[in-house]
Design a protein around this ligand. Structure first.
Ligand code: C2E
Ligand code: CA
Ligand code: CA
Length: 566
């Protein structure tokens, strides 16, 4: 039976028009008819007092239910609801030619039959408008949010409120201890960019499915926003928390052929009097700390996290200004040839020289700006500085000192970086061979396509941090790199163990066979230099030779070297 048919049937059964309208949609909301009749009769009597047509009462109840007006309301939802109410009233009034007051239709003026006809018309119009509004596409609903589909936001908002209410219930009823576990997917933004948002949504659905399978009734969970999830659980022994996380981690390792890495933050409630919001915030702080820890993906909240959160906020709020005010600077670290004992190149490394905080190193801010996208701005700036520096060297007749720049994995999904690089090369009148690109091997499978494109453009590609990820050899096979940069960890190992040296020897042999350049970074001691020389690795970079320095300083060393050999 259609909504129209149901409503007409109810009207013929002598139900009021408000009951007929809500009754027609009751089943859609899992509401049984007697309850629907009670609701609409109660609300309808209020309306009747003002003389308004009861169809409006019924219809506004239907709209309210479809929007999820169940609990304490949020501003956004409130505004959206008000807009929808206005829309309905306006459309209904138009359809009824302004006749929305029953009082003006006293039986003696239009007769019993007249009322029936008008009521049928009013019921039918309201059903039509409702069906139209409920099926409305995002393009036609303009208020709440232009980016996301309003109905899904509303659904999420009401789901979240329900989740919070249930958590509140658990906090007040349990005799056990409670843990808040917040988790998210590392590099989710990048996965989305690479595979499309539809794929990203499928991953989120997959996570929800796994949570549904894994979590028991009293283990509550919700998708807070984007890729951030929360599980709230009671426990007796702390191992129950890590057990749940491990099980979850197992289930969520892969989605199709994409590896998912999750970061978990845990807050164990100490004081039940604390606001729920604060408990959630602490789990969030722990999650962010877990993200920065390379050894583990689980962190339990500690008081110090507050400080690191402040740091994070500081970076997020001040980075734009830092770029604009040139607090972001390029430093250059020389690369040497052991045999020739001279500079053969340099790596551009970013520094944040803050007026009151002093030098801030990239490890402290790169992971944060990689998340919020500001890394692009920073990298473009450093590339520009590097090209400017190469132009300066060229003007002094020095054309044998390439400068390599780091390329964040974020660029591997962007289309603009190739254009930006070629523009910079042209504008500064330098040769493409002199600007080298370092791509870290931990950027994973996304490297191949972009690397091919850059290679076709004629850039030299360096594989950064070789040996630090888990698929170095695969990437090497698939991607046209020119030079391998051995990760710093190799340097620590070759001195420490015979095995380390053996592996390094094989890497040198492999690089030679594949006709790839090889450069060892993180060289700190004479012992390491001697070992590298003995196995035939000639290019080095590290504190033993020189630390990163301001460009002027590097320029002077370079000019000296140039004059000495000229
Ligand atoms: P990376 O590309 O592996 O850079 C080498 C890092 O090792 C630099 O740290 C450098 O200062 C440091 N280093 C140099 N010699 C030695 C040594 O002998 N021993 C040790 N232990 N370390 C040495 P830095 O400048 O703090 O940069 C850290 C990381 O931040 C870089 O690692 C790179 O991944 C990233 N990064 C730096 N600048 C940029 C940039 O402009 N853009 C992007 N996207 N990432 C950058
Ligand atoms: Ca590098
Ligand atoms: Ca490196």
């Amino acid at each position: 039976m259609t909504h129209q048919e149901k409503a007409v049937m109810l009207l013929h059964q002598q139900y009021h028009c408000s009951q007929a309208v809500l009754g027609a949609f009751a089943e859609d909301f899992g509401l049984d008819l007697p309850t629907a009749f009670k609701f609409s009769a109660c609300f309808g009597s209020g309306m009747r007092y003002s003389g308004r047509c009861g169809c409006m009462t019924g219809a506004l109840l239907v709209l309210g239910m479809s929007l999820g007006f169940y609990e304490a309301q949020e501003q956004d939802l409130e505004e959206y609801g008000a807009q929808k109410t206005r829309e309905f009233v306006q459309r209904f009034t138009e359809r009824m030619h302004g006749e929305t007051y029953c009082r003006s239709m006293e039986p003696d003026t239009i007769g019993q039959e007249g009322i029936r006809q008008t009521c049928l018309q009013a019921v039918s119009a309201s059903i039509e408008i409702l069906e139209d509004m409920l099926a409305e596409t995002p393009a036609r609903t303009s208020c709440l949010c232009e980016i996301l589909e309003p109905r899904s936001i509303i659904r999420r908002a009401s789901e979240l409120r329900r989740f919070q209410t249930r958590v509140n219930g658990l906090l007040h009823s349990t005799s056990k201890r409670i843990a808040f576990i917040q988790f998210d997917i590392r590099q989710f933004k990048i996965i989305n960019d690479l595979h499309g948002e539809h794929f990203g949504d499928k991953i989120l659905d997959f996570v929800v499915c796994q949570l549904e399978v894994l979590c028991r009734r009293e283990q509550l969970f919700a998708n807070l926003r984007s890729d951030v999830f929360m599980v709230v659980m009671e426990f007796d022994a702390p191992e129950e928390i890590t057990e749940l996380i491990h099980q979850l981690d197992e289930r969520l390792q892969w989605f199709q052929n994409v590896r998912l890495q999750l970061s978990y933050g845990v807050y164990v409630v100490q004081d039940l009097g604390m606001e729920q919001r604060q408990m959630e915030d602490r789990a969030a702080m722990a999650r962010k700390a877990a993200k920065q820890d390379i050894l583990t993906n689980i962190a339990f909240y500690k008081e110090q996290f507050k400080e690191s959160l402040y740091n994070r906020k500081f970076i997020e709020e001040n980075m734009d200004k830092a770029i604009a005010e040139r607090q972001i600077q390029m430093y250059l670290q020389p690369k040497y040839s052991i045999k020739q004992n001279r500079i053969v190149g340099a790596e551009a490394l970013v520094r944040w020289v803050h007026p009151s905080r002093g030098m801030i190193y990239p490890d402290q801010f790169i992971p944060i700006v990689e998340e919020n996208g500001l890394i692009q701005k920073i990298d473009y700036y450093i590339w520009e500085e590097a090209c400017w520096f190469l132009g300066r060297c060229k003007a002094a007749g020095i054309t044998n000192c390439p400068v390599s720049v780091n390329m964040s994995r974020c660029h591997l999904c962007s289309n603009s970086c190739v254009q930006v690089l070629t523009d910079l090369i042209e504008r500064n009148g330098i040769s493409k061979q002199l600007l080298e690109l370092e791509i870290t091997e931990t950027a994973g499978g996304q490297i191949r396509k972009k690397a091919m494109q850059l290679k076709e453009e004629g850039f030299t590609l360096l594989m950064d941090d070789f040996g630090s990820g888990y698929s170095s050899l695969n990437i090497l096979l698939e991607t046209p790199f020119d030079v391998i940069k051995l990760d710093k960890k190799f340097m620590e190992n070759i001195v420490a163990s015979r095995k380390g040296l053996l592996i390094l020897e094989q890497v040198v042999a492999m690089a030679n066979k594949l006709e790839l350049g090889l450069l060892a970074e993180g060289v700190e001691t004479k012992e390491q230099v001697d070992l590298l020389r003995s196995i035939g690795c000639d290019q080095v970079q590290g504190y033993y030779y020189a630390a990163p320095m301001p460009p002027d300083e590097f320029y002077h060393i370079l000019v000296q070297q140039y004059n000495a050999t000229a």
